[in-house]
Every structure is written in structure tokens, then in C-alpha cells.
Design a protein around this ligand. Structure first.
Ligand code: GDP
Ligand code: GDP
Length: 460
């Protein structure tokens, strides 16, 4: 995904229609279930050879009073802030309205790349409206018919050079994930802790009502997301860039692993896909649990998924403000964690209250630490000294009288840490021995909680 495109405009101008044209059947959530598209939604868009994220403010109702207008404005601003490019639609059949002018204002102030399109422009009935669109001061409007697919070439022509620009920029900003061994070796204690200037990618996942929106709102420090007692009010995944007390992060918020609520199967499947997408996007996954009902099946599934995808995981137990027997509860939680998620041994477990803000500083620290561990690199020299000690303390087995030899070890990658060991008969080495090494790495190089990959490579 090279860049993100927000489709903005007042209700009924054809945003959903265009969104669907970009996204196709891959995110078929545009039926008329009331309340399904209440917030922003996001999909993977395609146009010719271009691939991008499309953000849509679908589901805005026509503003009939000041509060609705305020909400419409807020959502639009949020979409605009998230996007690299804004595609601003007006209805060519209606012509320019005061609301369009309001939107044009927002865009001029907040978006560097605006493409103006006059939609519903098939046929001559739209000519006057297309001309009027010039008055918005956003350049020449694209004559578009989202419904009939006309004008998509012109959109492509506008997007293509921008896509190139964003691709180049992304390349320049791409973090150095693998360093040369020489570089790693130069580190004094043999453990490299790279710094990064890109925002740390965080996903907040969890069951409906766990408090994800409340948590993100609290971190944002303003009421930007919709929250409510209703399960799953933020139906679709969105991401927000923010400064979390000095830590630049990009938070991916998702309605997540929604079980049933009152929604149909179709929506359910989409949400699971969203959760997965959030996990794939993230460097650190915050699994938010409800203290009243922690470690439910869905929680376990998403935590396991995050581990298998190789993400750093932080468990946050929310609604801690309502717990009375805190000591006892914490003991139970830790016990359940060890028993139910052994694959995440050592991952931080933090208690928080999204509502009061209690524990959020600890959550922030845990996220930062988890990310640091996930990025850690140990020098080859240090690893091999360590390996010698491990082999002496507990030699590998000798099937048929011939001892399996582990000769040499190196860290092949970070994010998460991955190691390669040259081994005389890898197929004969029992899993328990690999686990012994992995647990040792965790302990001795201070890498709690992060997934560690260990590969045995054959070498006679
Ligand atoms: P949104 O509220 O901005 O998301 O608008 P929708 O995508 O729901 O479209 C509003 C109405 O305009 C629907 O009835 C669409 O079928 C219609 N519409 C969308 N695009 C076009 C178009 O290019 N031409 C015409 N004639 N109608 C369109
Ligand atoms: P989401 O579905 O995971 O986004 O959950 P919401 O953020 O919408 O929260 C669901 C409900 O739990 C709302 O009624 C919130 O007010 C409530 N809630 C969220 N966090 C807390 C918390 O820390 N303490 C308490 N007591 N309630 C909370």
C-alpha cells in the first residue's frame, strides 16, 4: 500500500458508490443495515495498477441541526488528517451547496493534495454543475460518474504522479530492518537497540465492548471516536497518527473480533478480517481484555494470531476501576495468562482504566519496551559465546551414539528476532532442545514476550 486516499463530500454525493468502485467486492459492507457505516471505513482500493487505502466517511446523515453538522465536520477532518490525498466529491446535478463550500474550506486548510470531482456528471444535465465546481477554488474538476465508471481515467491521471511521489518518499523513510553483522558487532554489549523515527505502529484489538474506542479516545485526549454502550459502534478499522506523551505512534483501531452482537454473519466475517489486518499492520499489538470477562475464546484467538504473525504483544486488562479485590484478581489473571497463553510467556500484562486514564502511562511504557525488544539484535560473537555455554550446560542428544552438533549461530533478522543455528542433523534435534535455546535467549538477552524464531540449518 503506497498511500491513502480519503473520499470526502457531503451526504449523497456518491462517496459510497465510488468507494465500492475502488474497493470492489473485497469489502462488501455497503448494504442498508442501519448503523453499519457509522464511522469511517477503510478498504484496499485499486485503480489500474495503483494500490492504495481508501477511507470513506460514508454513512453521514444530512445535517439537520448544528450537532449533526459538527459531527460531520469532525469525521471529515479526521478522514482528511489520515489521508495523503483527498478526493472531494460534489454532486454535479445539484451544483455547489453551502455544505460543499464548508468542505472545500476544510480541504484547503488541511490537505496538501486535493482532487476535486463533480460526480453524477453523465449526460448534459450536469454541465452547469461541473462549471460551478470551479468556484470552489480547488482547480479544474474531474467530470465523474461513479455509478457508470466514467472519468476514472482522469482520476488515475491525477493519482499516478502522486503515487510515484509517495512511493519514493516511503522508500526513503523505510526503516533499516536488517543491519550488517559488522554494524551489530560494533555494539558494545553486543545487543543493538535501533532507533526509529517513523511512528510506532500499534493496533488495539479486542472483543466488542472491551473499551477500545474509549482507550484510544483517552490517549488522543479528545473525544474523536464515537463510543457508547452499544457493542461495536466503530464498525471499521481506522488508523490515527498521534503523539503519545512524546512517543510518536500510529494507532490502528478496529472493531475487532466481534462475536455476534446484533449484526449479521457478513459483518462478523469482515470484522475478523479487520482484526487480522490490524495485526498485520502493527508492530505492537495491544490485546485489550475486559477485566470482568478476561481470556475469552476470542481474546485467546487474537493473541495467538498476533504471536504467530510475529508481532510484539502487550496484554492490557481494562475497566480496572470497577475491580474491588485487585490483588486477588491480578493473581488470577497472571495464572490464567500463563496457562492459556504459554506462547506469549513474559509478555507484559498491564491493568488499565480507559475511562479514568489510570495505568495508561504504564501501558505506554510497556508498548515502547515491547517494541524495543522486538527490534533487538544480538551480535554473532556474543551469541556464539552464549551457545557454547548452553551446549556445555546441557548437551544435545546423541541418537544412535552420534551426538548432534550445533556449530554456529547468528541472528538473521529482527522484528521479531530470528536466529539461525548450523546443525549437523536438524531433523533429529528434538523440539524440547529448541525450546531450551529459545527460553535461554529470552532470559539471557532480556527479550521477554517477543516471539522468537529459531531455525536449524543443516550443516554436516
Ligand atoms: P454517499 O452518501 O455520498 O455515500 O452517496 P451514495 O454513494 O450512497 O450515493 C447517493 C445516491 O447517488 C445513490 O442513489 C447513488 O446511486 C447515486 N449516485 C452515485 N453516483 C452516481 C452517478 O455517478 N450518477 C448518478 N446519476 N447517480 C449516482
Ligand atoms: P469497544 O467496542 O471495544 O470500542 O468499547 P467502547 O470503548 O465502546 O466501550 C464499551 C463500554 O465500556 C462503554 O460503555 C464504555 O464507557 C465502557 N468502558 C470502557 N472503558 C472502561 C473502563 O475503563 N472502565 C469502565 N468502568 N467502563 C469502561
Amino acid at each position: 500500500m503506497t498511500f491513502s486516499l480519503a473520499i470526502v463530500g457531503r451526504p449523497n454525493v456518491g462517496k459510497s458508490t465510488l468507494f465500492n468502485r475502488f474497493v470492489g467486492k473485497r469489502l462488501a459492507l455497503v448494504d442498508n443495515q442501519p448503523g453499519v457505516t457509522r464511522d469511517l471505513r477503510e478498504g484496499e482500493g485499486r485503480l489500474g495498477d495503483l494500490r492504495f487505502t481508501v477511507i470513506d466517511t460514508a454513512g453521514l446523515e444530512e445535517a439537520t441541526d448544528a450537532s449533526l453538522e459538527g459531527r460531520m465536520r469532525k469525521l471529515t477532518e479526521r478522514a482528511v488528517d489520515m489521508a495523503d490525498v483527498c478526493l472531494f466529491l460534489i454532486d454535479a446535478r445539484t451544483g455547489v451547496t453551502p455544505t460543499d463550500e464548508l468542505f472545500a474550506d476544510i480541504l484547503r486548510k488541511r490537505c496538501d493534495h486535493v482532487i476535486l470531482a463533480a460526480n453524477k456528471a453523465e449526460g448534459s444535465a450536469a454541465d452547469a454543475g461541473v462549471i460551478e465546481a470551479y468556484s470552489l477554488g480547488l482547480g479544474e474538476p474531474v467530470r465523474l460518474s461513479a455509478e457508470h465508471g466514467e472519468g476514472m481515467n482522469d482520476i488515475y491521471t491525477h493519482l499516478m504522479p502522486l503515487a510515484d511521489e509517495f512511493a519514493k518518499r516511503a522508500e526513503a523513510e523505510a526503516p533499516e530492518t536488517d543491519v550488517t553483522l559488522d554494524e551489530a558487532e560494533a555494539e558494545e554489549d553486543g545487543v543493538r537497540r535501533p532507533t526509529q523515527d517513523r511512528p510506532l505502529q500499534v493496533a488495539v484489538v479486542g472483543r466488542p465492548n472491551a473499551g477500545k474506542s474509549t482507550l484510544i479516545n483517552k490517549i488522543l485526549g479528545e473525544d474523536r471516536l464515537l463510543t457508547g454502550p452499544e457493542a461495536g459502534i466503530t464498525r471499521d478499522a481506522i488508523s490515527l497518527k498521534l503523539d503519545w506523551d512524546g512517543l510518536p505512534v500510529r494507532i490502528f483501531d478496529t472493531a475487532g473480533m466481534r462475536k455476534k452482537a446484533r449484526v449479521q454473519d457478513k459483518v462478523e466475517k469482515l470484522s475478523v478480517a479487520d482484526g487480522l489486518r490490524a495485526v498485520k499492520f502493527a508492530e505492537v499489538v495491544v490485546v485489550l481484555l475486559d477485566a470482568a470477562i478476561p481470556f475469552e475464546q476470542q481474546d485467546l484467538r487474537i493473541a495467538d494470531l498476533a504471536e504467530r504473525e510475529g508481532r510484539a504483544v502487550v496484554l492490557a486488562v481494562n475497566k480496572w476501576d470497577v475491580e474491588t479485590e485487585k490483588q486477588e484478581k491480578l493473581r488470577d489473571l497472571r495464572e490464567a495468562f500463563e496457562r492459556l497463553l504459554p506462547q506469549l510467556r513474559g509478555a507484559p500484562l498491564v491493568t488499565v482504566s480507559a475511562k479514568t486514564g489510570q495505568g495508561l502511562d504504564r501501558l505506554r511504557a510497556a508498548v515502547e519496551k515491547a517494541h524495543d525488544v522486538w527490534n533487538r539484535r544480538v551480535s554473532t560473537a556474543r551469541l556464539n559465546r552464549w551457545l557454547t555455554g548452553m551446549l556445555e550446560a546441557h548437551p544435545p542428544p546423541a541418537p544412535g551414539g552420534r551426538r548432534i552438533k550445533l556449530r554456529y549461530m547468528t541472528q538473521a533478522k529482527t522484528r521479531p528476532p530470528g536466529f539461525v543455528v548450523m546443525c549437523s542433523h536438524p531433523e533429529k534435534l528434538p523440539d524440547s532442545y529448541s525450546r531450551y535455546l529459545i527460553n535461554g535467549l529470552r532470559e539471557d538477552f532480556d527479550m521477554p514476550g517477543t516471539p522468537i524464531r529459531l531455525h536449524m540449518r543443516s550443516q554436516a
